[in-house]
Design a binder for this molecule. Structure first.
Ligand code: PXL
Length: 270
């Protein structure tokens, strides 16, 4: 079935994250991918210092109203790093008004990692992201974001992660970057009361941008008609292979080299 998806997130010109990974990955999954960049950044905020930034706050409403006037809708909406309160508000309006009947909304509350908020975000921003998450059919937080959204303390044992997963007041949560001990990492999926996990061997000390790779692959695979657990499994396998492909290149600390692995993702979809 032909499907059109909209992804709403920043463009980091350099850094292999958000729109610049979502677009190629979703396209590789065979989906028409529309983008709404919320802010243009010279790099991501995770290690290059303060990026040069041009926010699109003033034009976001004109953009989605133009789509509305043309009767344009989307079969799925994937929300990632937004970067301003105006962008959070626009994402909420778009989810309310431009989703096709039977469409699905997936929100990665991309605002924090390693126990703290990303540079430039504060409690007010986190609160608005929390409200946006209520509109999502599927929520894709990492462990830090799950702690912020649930108001529970951050913790990295499997027991802590299960507590966070249950503490999130949401019917469908895919918790990424879970630590299972014994050198194992992976994903916890909770649908209502049912919890399942998918595990991998941990490689290296963690790469920047893996959450965005996972979110795009998960969304792409799901939109291709796979069951949610299969989408988790395939997206996690793809992310693992991307990390493996990057681990031998320490100079590539700022993102993962996912491009050579795209053919494997396409093969996994077959
Ligand atoms: O990977 C998440 C992300 C996306 N976009 C920007 C970021 C980050 C994480 O640091 O800074 C701009």
């Amino acid at each position: 079935m032909y499907r059109r998806i909209l992804t709403i997130q920043d463009i980091s010109c350099v850094g292999q994250c958000s729109t610049t990974v979502a677009l190629p990955i979703l396209s590789a999954c065979g989906l028409e991918t529309c983008i709404l960049p919320t802010v243009l950044l010279s790099t991501h905020t995770g290690g290059f210092g303060k990026p040069a930034a041009a926010h699109f706050d003033g034009v976001l409403s004109d953009i989605w109203h133009h789509w509305l006037d043309n009767g344009i809708t989307f079969d799925a909406i994937l929300v990632g790093y937004l970067g301003s309160l105006a962008a959070v508000e626009a994402a909420g309006e778009i989810m309310d008004r431009l989703l096709a009947p039977g469409g699905i909304t997936i929100v990665d509350p991309a605002m924090a990692d390693h126990g703290k908020l990303y540079a430039g975000f504060d409690d007010a921003y986190a609160r608005q992201i929390g409200l946006l998450c209520r509109k999502a059919d599927i929520l894709l937080p990492n462990v830090t974001e799950a702690a912020i959204l649930s108001g529970l303390p951050y913790g990295q044992s499997e027991q802590d992660e299960l507590r966070l997963l249950k503490g999130l007041n949401h019917r469908c949560v895919v918790l990424t970057g879970a630590d299972f001990g014994d050198g194992q990492t992976g994903v916890l999926l909770r649908e209502q009361e049912r919890i399942r996990s998918y595990r991998h061997r941990r490689i290296g000390g963690g790469c920047h941008g893996t959450g965005d790779i996972f979110a795009a692959a998960f969304t792409g695979v799901l939109l291709r008609g796979k069951e949610i657990y299969d989408a988790v499994r395939i997206a996690a396998d793809f992310t693992y292979r991307c990390i493996e492909n990057t681990a031998a290149a320490p100079s590539h600390w700022y993102g993962v080299k996912f491009e050579p692995v795209l053919p494997e993702l396409i093969a996994m979809l077959a």
